[in-house]
Design a protein around this ligand. Sequence first.
Ligand code: GLA
Ligand code: CA
Length: 788
Amino acid sequence: MIKRSILLLAALLTISSQLFCATAVPDNKSGSFEFGNKAFLLNGKPFVVKAAEVHYPRIPRPYWEQRIKMCKALGMNTLCVIVFWNIHEQRMDEFDFTGNNDLRAFIKLAQKNGMKVILRPGPYICAEWEMGGLPWWLLKKKDIRLREQDPFFIERLTKFEQKVAEQVGDLTIDKGGPIIMVQVENEYGSYGEDKAYVSQVRDIIRESGFDKVKLFQCDWSSNFTRNGLDDLLWTMNFGTGANIDNEFRALRQLRPDGPLMCSEFWSGWFDKWGGRHETRGSHAMVEGIRQMLERDISFSLYMTHGGTSWGHWAGANSPGFAPDVTSYDYDAPINEAGQATPKYHELRDVMAKYNQGRRLPPLPKAYPTISIPKVKFSEVAPLYSNLPEPSQKSGPLKTFEDMDMGWGCLLYRTTIPQAIDGESILKVTEAHDYAQVFVNGRYIGKIDRIRRESTVHMPTLHVGDVLDIYVEALGRINFGRAIKDFKGITEKVELRYTLSDNSLVDIELRDWQIFCLPDDYRAQAQMKYEPVSEKNQGVRGNYRATFRLNKVGDTFINMEKFGKGQVYVNGHAIGRFWQIGPQQTLYMPGCWLKKGENEIIVTDVTGPREPVIEGLRQPVIDRLKLEGPQTHRLQGQTLDLSGEQPIHAGTLKSGNGWQEVRFDKPVSGRYLCIEALNSHWNREYCCISELYLLDANGKRLSREPWSVAYADDEDVTTGNKNADKVFDLQESTFWSTNRGVPFPHHIIIDMNQDQTVTGFQILPRMEEGAPESIKDYKVYVKSEPFRY
Ligand code: GLA
Ligand code: CA
């Protein structure tokens, strides 16, 4: 009886608190946040926004408050909060703002801790998050134009923004809440030019309920005018090391009296599978913040704490396909596990000096860490004995989206229609993202989108042989025009073989069975498990184990013995792993572990070397295990330009900013080589941040098909300064040669096909004075590869 009434009381309390959340006016008094003369005004007084960017879905809810307190102890007065559309609406019209998705609770927690909030409700957010925050099911409408005035896109985003406003629209400062500003779209300048669309997003956000609060737009100093709306505040995004005055120069000219803010000051950078771990020095970061504080410039430190892209939520970068790792540590001041790094303390010392004489609050306690001794997996559910009923019994190829699948794997099966003696080539157009090919259950080869692979060499084939293509989806692209990223096999599969008269024949394989293997815990747990034995050693499939803990704490699960896939612990999707690295351990928050028995399931799409894990006290996120060098110059290669004629030679100006060069006449070719003869800094190395080539009309050529054919030297020891950083669309990242390697330096771009080129645009580094910017140079263009 007593128990019952307690339950009843609890139920009543929940109902009333829900009512309270939905209708009541927050207890704080209403205030104001305005744009004054060269300053923000909070309740009429000048206010420097010191914002920490943290992402609620990337932090387990029980840890939210500790992370917020860490930001506060760092001297921050505001939280920058992105809203992740696709985590709230995983299926169309099914909205979820509960648990770890409880945006309102997060913002209330910020308020409780005395923090203001900047809300960034997208709809597009980038953030190295699956599809930049857009829901995958938008792609069920195949011809949808994302981030444009496509009626369906607009209808869906309107609905979403209304839901956001229902949740937190009453938490703006004028209504007594902590939200001081709301962002419209995100960095639209690096996507396109479309003021009509951006204006419509602005209106939707206003009309959905953010009617009085200030709105703003963020972009880069090089492109913000393209979409800048007259009635919104403009803020700039740039990274550690950038020349601060330069970043605001153009804005100051256009808006001499507005407040200045760096809305994303990048503390570090994100990692991709198969790439080196990124770091950014603490000195440059702290110095950038100091300079902004000195000038009363507002900022948001992206990321102050990065956290984790759990499960399948990590996105992928483009051009090309560069899926992000699970850890979003970002080399941020607060590491993935919520601990203060040396960077944190250095920054805190500076922030303390700009705190109007007040002491900064103390750091909250960090959560304990534990190690977990080796856990051997005793059970396995092999892929081949666990295929579900086919979702399509026969028919054309279909994508994940056609099959109503967001994430996971599809297995496509067909039978070989005719015998092919000797070798043939299987050509898949295109496999998104990691495909493995089997004939009668035997593994033949893989097609890895990261490496732009599209073919597999096949053995002799007989009529009726069973061909399987097992395709795992990685994160959908979150940056640039390529965000419309369908998963699975997107077009066709062909077999190419040679006839006795040496002619080539292509046959298209048409009739497919499709098996769906969704990425969700329940499906994984329900498979038929059997004991691990000699017989099933190393097979692809699910591995299950339990382990006992007598105390819980944060730990890092070492996945080095496994191949590639996804981990679930006690039903929580912990994230993707891939033995190529650089990330080898997965952050496992103690709040999702239990005293007593815990369960771990690993889906391994390539199979483990040994099914065993352990919990480490320290993360390993910088161990790359790739065969071959990470640079673009093969061993023994040296570019030979003797006998080649430059099509152009010139001298670049010194200093920051874009420069454009036009050739005397158009040239045509596939390979373009820039030969740098010296730099403005009279030192031995050279750097380029971004490079575009101009077409016959002087417009930028698409860099989507580009790759680096050669770079004489690349600095991958003091950071990740590979040559492909010249076309990664990021102005803050750059190619650098190593110090002390003498000029000339060479970079050769392979455009993948002949193009007409009339000139180029080049951006040196963003740091003051553009360090190591190229001075004298020559350009060579050829249709055939250069000689090495
Ligand atoms: C941009 C985006 C962010 C994030 C950073 C890179 O600034 O706005 O969401 O993707 O780049 O980390
Ligand atoms: Ca770059």
